[in-house]
Every structure is written in structure tokens, then in C-alpha cells.
Design a protein around this ligand. Structure first.
Ligand code: PEP
Ligand code: MG
Length: 875
């Protein structure tokens, strides 16, 4: 029989897949001799067995759990329902990857109407015993019976208001008994069922609920968002309770060994006295900063500090630790690598290397390449801030970045509004896992309650969304959809601006600009370049994009799309003349004018790129993109071109294509209009010659022909282009070096890559078209149904975002192998969007490509991903 249950003494940190992150780390801390309440973990495999077998709890599993319960009772000297030594346990889920707020927890399990009195007697604290019971009723009701927590919370709020009680911890035993009574009535009213009194029945029901919670909606959303596989399952941890709610010498808290927002090497966290479990993260009471523990319980603080340091050393990373103090004794309930902002992540990674706790490779691997985007988050323009009206200055800077958007008070509205293209800021008293769908689409999240470890703060940091939490100055009414603040009132739809780096909020839209890079980012980038094998180029053709790419250390341009250069009004008219005119001399004149523009264009590109490698792609889009399509525009253009409306309309009709993406574009244009490519090739060569003459700048342009699918296309165009280049060089009495290559973006091109290689100096995979053509998905329309494919599990992920290794990837692999047989060292790159996607980059690195090319802002993402891939490949 496969083992499905492990005591904390049997596991270790390596067993995250089987025991979940929480279970594996509880076992590891137990092994290290840290004060962890005893317990055991039911494996993720048990969860998947249960889910895959019609949600049936097998007798074998039940027996195994029973036997571990027996062992727990024996070792603790406690037992369920034992009057003197009553055992209560927590039941908590924990999957391989941490999913904050996604899965569920039940505390104080084992209590019932009768034994709560025993607990009261033994502890001599009736209020404590009933506080535990009301918490159990609420958590069990929520997790096991699906009774919305608002039923319990609304009553509690109402009851406290009615009895003028401010804090939960001020409730008396008599009051708590009344609350328990009402909670049990809620069970009957909503669930038509009594709360089960038998501890074992409670336990099995809770374990089953945790198993089932793997498939609840919010868990699914979270997994999708973070690319976590659906078949991992969750483990369930059963652990002896320790009580942070047993008086003024007790408490509970969460602390990070370093600041998760800034990375500062200083204990950072929050705690609450006389509180239990989720109180700190739920944001119901505003917790005290951990530094205050130093004054109130100095020994405990020192002890905790030392344990934190030890754990950080042991794991070689910043830890996020949950602790409980029960009557001045410290217990650790969880440790994990702490989630952090991108700013903190980069600083911590570099600091850990400096402190000798990590290698450079380890530091690089610890970073999420996509988090680079967060570092490059926009910030408010200083000048604009001076005139902005401040709403509040007392919010917590929970997740950095700045954003503006319209206020929404609930997740559904946020989703609706963003679907119609609005930018929104989600404003809530506090967030809960139900809000995840709205949080994902929001530009920023603002809450009036909760601290730096509240749900809103943790989730926002994880997503890289800007967040200001705990804005206690704001009176948020989610029902009336208003925010009252000291100087005014805002309503749904009003625009606000949020600064997640300092917690400030402003009325209206404040102008944004890009943030400065920081020294830690620079260090990581330098290490990445040092450790990676793949080159990273940029897709850019404007001077400002090229500058951005260079600032991010792109090693050159992998794709300059020339079509963008034809759309300025003075060029468009010439292009139209070329396309529409039937007179040869008019067409030639139009091309001559464009040639001069293009010479300037290419000089601009080569200059901005400081003479680094530059791939210029010859014209790619179908010609109809250059002609007008609305009646008014056709009339105007006909007038401008001095031709009749009817003639223009006739030519436009001729250019019309049913499937332009599969139509007369790419090299097919040059088969019918070779003069287009000859003009472009000439412009490239002339600009190179001029730059050499004028500035002594040496450029060896890489001229790229798109959409080749047949050997004859390439050989014919190569012959014509090269002959023309020779003529140009001869007329200028000089020669320049250049190379001529092709894009591989049709499946047929992959199949005949060896043939094409004979005529090419380089290849660049155009994965946008290659994906389109391989799947037969239209690039322009597929987004509409791809989401459904992903939701239904037909596709694991959108293949336009991450390489489809089985199909498109196989074609690329085949093309590379065939090419290398003919030309082992020929330069091969990728210039489609996948060139900036970390998973795809790893795949391209494995195939031994020379470079990836992506949009300038993805260049640093690609550098980091390339380094990670190289490190993994070396292992
Ligand atoms: C491609 O197809 O991947 C590519 C880079 O070209 P474009 O996106 O311009 O078609
Ligand atoms: Mg293409």
C-alpha cells in the first residue's frame, strides 16, 4: 500500500511535491529542532487519488490517518474529548506552490458543546474556550459547509455594536456564548444541519473539504494566473493547536526576515496580542509592528530574531514566518520563502550573494524574469504631483508602482469595466480570495483596513499590482459606493491616482513616467549577461525604442520592421502612388522619393544602434494596408493623387483579399513587385556607404526576406537583390559587407530549411506567423477563442505567448537540425513575440539558437531568462 500520511518527523524540505510547501517546511523545522507543534501531513497524492476517484475517501486512507492520530495522541499525552488533556488540532491545506488565501484553514477542531466546558474549566478561562469555539464554528461553516463567512461576520459586527464592544478580544464569556448560540442557529438556517459534535467526524469532513477546495473557483483562477498545474493537488496538515488567544501573554503574528517591500535587511512583520490564526492577515484588527514586540516581550523577540536568522541561513533566502505565542512560549507554525516586490527581490538576491548566503547562480535562479516588469513600473511625474489634490497620506505602501484608474467597489464591476477597456482601481474595506478576479484586472488596489500582510497586500505584491492598504482615513461604503475622506467624497467611476511606493492617494489622473533603474537591477543584469549563452537583441526601428533597448543592453537589432516607415503622410502618398498608378514612370518616381526617405531611415537606425548588428526586414504586409477603405478617405486620397474616385475604388477592389494574412504579402510582394525590395536593399546599402563616409561608422547590415516558403522564392530574390546591390556598389565605387537571410515563419520553410540554408546567411524564426500558420489560427482573431481552449484544457497555454513545444517547437527543432547539417555555424535567431517569453527562451536555448529578439522592454526579462536557462543547462 502506498504511504499517504507522514508525521512531521518523517518529512523534509525536499518533499514539497508530496507534502506541499507548508508540510515540507513544518517537517524541516521539526528536523532542525525548532519549536513546531507536533502533527502530520496527508500527501498531495492522497488528494489527487480522492479527486480522481469520484471524491471517495478510501478506507485505507482513513485507517492511515487514524493511526497517525493515535500516534499524535500518544506523543502529546492528549486526546480528543479528554477532559483534562484535550487535544484540539488545526487542519490546513498546503500545496507545492504557495497559494496565499486560496486554500482553507480550520482551527480549534475537536471542540463541541460539551467539551468546550471542559476546556473552560481546565484553562480556567471561559471566554477563551468560547472564543475558540466560535472561531471553529465560523471556519468550519465556511470551509466545510460553504456557509458564507459574512453571515457570521455580520452578526458579530452587529452584536459588538449593539453591546458597545470594540475588539473581539474584549468579548466576555457570556457574550461569546450568545455568539456561539447564534452561529449554531446559522448552521440550521442555511445548511439545515447541526454542527457535527464528534471530533473525528469534524476532522474527516475538514480533510475532505480541503481536498475539494483544490478545485474551487478561486484556486483555479490563482493557478491559471500563476501557471500552476491542475494535477498537483494539495496536502493537508493536521497539527496540535497552540493558542495565541489565551490571554495577554499570548499572541500571533507573521514576520519576514527582511522587508518584503524594500528588501531592507531588518525583521519586518506584525502581531496581535490575544489573537488567533488568521486575525493578523485577515486585516480585521490593525496589528502592531513587530518592533513593538521587542518592548512588550523582549525575550520572545530575541528568540524569534535568532530563529529567523537561522531559518534564513538554512534556506538561503528571506523567510516568511508565522508564529504563535502561547503563555510566553514561542511556536513556529510555518516558514516559507517570502513573497516580495520586484524591488525587494533584486536587492535581496544581490545582498544574499554579498553575505555569502547564495551563489550568483542561485540569486539569478531565485528571480522571476517577469518581475522585471514591476521594476520598470511607471512612477508619477514630480511636477504633476505638486498640483495634485491629496486624498490620503496615511495608507500603507503595500506594493509599489503608481497607477490611475476609475474607482470600482467590487470585483465584478472591475471586470466589466476593464472588459470595455477602462482602467480601474479596486477600492474595498478589505479584500478576500473572492475578489481575486477583480484584483487581477485592476491597475491598483486600495483598502481601508488591514496591514502589510493583509490579503490585499500579499496578493498585490505577488501580482506586481500597485497597492495601498490600511487607509484608515477613508470611510469606504461598498454598498453606497462612496469614499468619504477628510476633505471630500468620491463615488464609483471617479478617477484616482495611487502611489504604492509611499501610500499616497490623489484625486484625478496624475501623469505617469517610467521609473529609474536601480543598482541591484544593474548588478543582476550584469551577472545575467555574464552567465548566459544566448544573445538578446531587440525588435525596434524608432530611435527612441532603439535607445531603450540599448539602455537595457540589447546586443543589436533582431528585427527592424520597415513597414512602419511607410505610414507617415508624406510617405504614404508616395507608397499609394506606387501601388495604384498604372504608369511605369510614375511608379518609379514614387519609389525614388521613398528611396530617399528610406536612406534617412536606415541611417537613423544604424546610428542609433551604434553600429551593432542590425537585421532589417524588407517589406512584409499586404499592400491593401496602405490604401484607404472608408468612402471619405477614398474621396480625399483620389483628390490628392489627382485620379478619379472610381479608378481608385477599382484598384482598391483589386487589392482586396479574402485572407490577407495568407495572402499577397512578405516575399510574395517582391515576386510580383521586385522593384520594392530592390529599392529597400539599395537604401540599406546607400545608407551604409554614407555613414561610413560621413562618420566612419562601420555597419554590416543583415537584410532579411520575410515569409519564404519555397526555395525558388529565396533564390530568385537573392539573385535580384544581390545583383542590384552590386550595381549600387559599383556606381559608388566602393563595397560594404552585408548578409542576406530569411525569416522562417511558414511550416513549409521549416520542412525545407536545409534547402533554404544554401541560399541564406542567417535565419530568424518569426514565431508569430509560424504559430499562426502551424495551428491555422488567425493572429488577429484567435484571442477570442484561445482563452476557451485554455480554460477547457485543450491548450495548456496561449501558443502566441509561450511556445507550443509539441507542434511549433518540433518544427523549429527540425529546421535547426536540418540547417546545422548544411551550415553548422549559421546564425539562427528568433524574432517573434516568443523571443521575450522566459519559457520559450529556455526552449530556444536548448536548441542552441544564437539569439532571441524581443521588444525593448522585454530585453531585461530575456537577459534574465537566458541566464537562468544557461544555469539550468549546465546543471
Ligand atoms: C513573426 O511572424 O513572428 C514576425 C516577427 O513578424 P511579424 O510579427 O511582423 O509578422
Ligand atoms: Mg511574420
Amino acid at each position: 500500500m502506498t504511504k499517504r500520511v507522514y508525521s512531521f518527523k518523517e518529512g523534509n524540505a525536499e518533499m514539497k511535491g508530496l507534502l506541499g510547501g507548508k508540510g515540507a517546511n513544518l517537517a524541516e523545522m521539526t528536523r532542525l529542532g525548532l519549536p513546531v507543534p507536533n502533527g502530520f501531513t496527508i500527501s498531495t497524492e492522497a488528494c489527487m487519488d480522492y479527486l480522481n476517484n469520484g471524491q471517495k475517501f478510501t478506507e485505507d486512507l482513513k485507517e492511515e490517518i487514524e493511526s497517525y492520530l493515535g500516534q499524535l495522541e500518544k506523543e502529546s499525552g492528549k486526546a480528543f474529548n479528554d477532559k483534562e488533556n484535550m487535544m484540539l488540532v488545526s487542519v490546513r491545506s498546503g500545496s507545492k506552490f504557495s497559494m496565499p488565501g486560496m486554500m482553507d484553514t480550520v482551527l480549534n477542531l475537536g471542540l463541541n458543546d460539551e467539551n468546550v466546558e471542559h476546556l473552560a474549566a481546565v484553562t480556567n478561562d471561559e471566554a477563551f474556550a468560547y472564543d475558540c469555539y466560535r472561531r471553529l464554528l465560523q471556519m468550519f461553516g465556511d470551509v466545510v459547509y460553504g456557509i458564507d463567512t459574512s453571515h457570521f461576520e455580520n452578526f458579530l459586527e452587529f452584536y459588538k455594536r449593539k453591546n458597545r464592544v470594540q475588539l473581539d478580544s474584549d468579548l466576555t464569556a457570556v457574550q461569546l456564548k450568545e455568539i456561539v448560540h447564534e452561529y449554531k442557529r446559522i448552521y440550521l438556517e442555511i445548511k439545515k444541519q447541526e454542527f457535527p459534535q464528534e471530533p473525528r467526524e469534524q476532522l474527516f469532513a475538514a480533510v475532505t473539504a480541503v481536498f475539494n477546495s483544490w478545485n474551487n473557483e478561486r484556486a483555479k483562477v490563482y493557478r491559471k494566473l500563476h501557471n500552476i498545474a491542475d494535477d498537483l493537488g494539495t496536502a493537508v496538515n493536521i497539527q496540535l493547536m497552540v493558542f495565541g488567544n489565551s490571554g495577554e501573554n499570548s499572541g500571533t503574528g507573521v514576520a519576514f526576515t527582511r522587508n518584503p517591500a524594500t528588501g531592507e535587511n531588518k525583521l519586518f512583520g506584525e502581531y496581535l496580542i490575544n489573537a488567533q490564526g488568521e486575525d493578523v492577515v485577515a486585516g480585521i484588527r490593525t496589528p502592531n509592528p513587530i518592533s513593538e514586540l521587542q518592548d512588550s516581550m523582549p525575550e520572545i523577540y530575541q528568540e524569534f530574531l535568532a530563529m529567523g536568522e537561522r531559518l534564513e541561513k538554512h534556506y538561503g533566502d528571506m523567510q516568511d514566518i508565522e508564529f504563535t505565542i502561547e503563555n510566553k512560549k514561542l511556536y513556529l507554525l510555518q516558514t516559507r520563502n517570502g513573497k516580495r516586490t520586484a524591488h525587494a527581490a533584486f536587492k535581496i538576491a544581490v545582498d544574499l550573494v554579498d553575505e555569502g548566503l547564495k551563489t550568483k547562480e542561485g540569486a539569478i535562479l531565485s528571480l522571476d524574469p517577469q518581475s522585471v516588469n514591476q521594476l520598470l513600473h511607471p512612477i508619477f511625474v514630480e511636477e504633476a504631483l505638486k498640483n495634485a489634490e491629496l486624498i490620503s497620506k496615511v495608507g500603507l505602501p503595500a506594493s509599489p508602482g503608481s497607477a490611475t484608474g476609475r474607482i470600482c467597489f467590487d470585483a465584478n464591476t472591475a471586470k466589466e469595466w476593464t472588459d470595455r477597456g477602462e482602467k480601474v482601481v479596486l477600492v474595498r474595506q478589505e479584500t478576500s480570495p473572492e475578489d481575486i478576479g477583480g484584483m487581477v484586472v485592476s491597475e491598483a488596489i486600495v483598502t481601508s483596513r488591514g496591514g502589510m500582510t493583509s490579503h490585499a497586500a500579499v496578493v498585490a505584491r505577488g501580482m506586481g499590482t500597485c497597492c495601498v492598504a490600511g487607509c484608515s482615513e477613508l470611510e469606504i461604503d461598498e454598498f453606497l459606493k462612496t469614499i468619504k475622506y477628510p476633505n471630500g467624497e468620491l463615488t464609483e467611476g471617479d478617477v484616482i491616482s495611487v502611489d504604492g511606493s509611499n501610500g499616497d492617494l490623489y484625486v484625478g489622473e496624475v501623469e505617469l513616467t517610467l521609473s529609474e533603474k536601480n543598482e541591484y537591477f544593474e548588478t543582476i543584469m550584469a551577472w545575467s549577461k555574464e552567465l548566459s549563452r544566448l544573445d538578446v537583441r531587440m525588435n525596434a526601428e524608432t530611435t527612441s525604442d532603439i535607445k531603450t533597448g540599448i539602455a537595457f543592453d540589447a546586443s543589436g537589432i533582431g528585427l527592424a520592421r520597415t513597414e512602419h516607415m511607410f505610414f507617415a503622410p508624406e510617405r504614404l502618398i508616395e507608397m499609394r502612388r506606387f501601388i495604384i498608378s498604372e504608369k511605369a514612370e510614375e511608379r518609379r518616381a514614387a519609389l525614388d522619393t521613398i528611396l530617399n526617405y528610406q536612406i534617412d531611415d536606415f541611417k537613423g537606425i544604424f546610428k542609433a544602434n551604434n553600429g551593432h548588428s542590425t537585421v532589417i526586414r524588407l517589406l512584409d504586409p499586404p499592400l491593401h494596408e496602405f490604401v484607404p477603405n472608408k468612402t471619405q478617405d477614398i474621396e480625399r486620397v483620389a483628390k490628392e493623387m489627382n485620379i478619379s474616385y472610381n479608378f481608385l475604388q477599382h484598384r482598391i477592389n483589386e487589392l482586396h483579399e479574402i485572407n490577407p494574412m495568407l495572402g499577397h504579402r512578405g516575399c510574395r510582394l517582391a515576386i510580383t513587385y521586385p522593384e520594392l525590395y530592390l529599392m529597400q536593399a539599395e537604401a540599406i546599402i546607400r545608407s551604409t556607404i554614407e555613414l561610413k563616409k560621413e562618420q566612419g561608422l562601420d555597419v554590416a547590415p543583415e537584410i532579411m526576406i520575410p515569409l519564404v516558403g519555397m526555395e525558388g522564392e529565396l533564390s530568385l530574390l537573392k539573385e535580384k537583390v544581390e545583383a542590384h546591390i552590386q550595381t549600387v556598389m559599383k556606381s559608388e565605387e566602393t563595397s560594404v559587407s552585408y548578409t542576406l537571410g530569411t525569416m522562417i515563419e511558414l511550416p513549409r520553410a521549416c520542412l525545407i530549411a536545409d534547402e533554404l540554408a544554401k541560399d541564406a546567411d542567417f535565419f530568424s524564426f518569426g514565431t508569430n506567423d509560424l504559430t499562426q500558420m502551424t495551428f491555422g489560427f488567425s493572429r488577429d482573431d484567435a484571442a477570442k477563442y484561445i482563452n476557451q481552449y485554455v480554460a477547457d484544457g485543450i491548450l495548456p497555454i496561449d501558443p502566441f505567448q509561450t511556445i507550443d513545444m509539441d507542434g511549433v517547437g518540433e518544427l523549429i527543432r527540425m529546421a535547426v537540425e536540418k540547417t546545422r547539417q548544411i551550415k553548422p555555424t549559421m546564425k539562427i535567431g528568433v524574432c517573434g513575440e516568443l523571443g521575450g517569453d522566459p519559457t520559450s527562451i529556455e526552449f530556444f536555448d536548448q536548441l542552441g539558437l544564437d539569439y532571441v529578439s524581443c521588444s525593448p522592454y522585454r530585453v531585461p526579462v530575456a537577459h534574465l531568462a537566458a541566464a537562468q536557462s544557461a544555469i539550468k543547462l549546465k546543471k
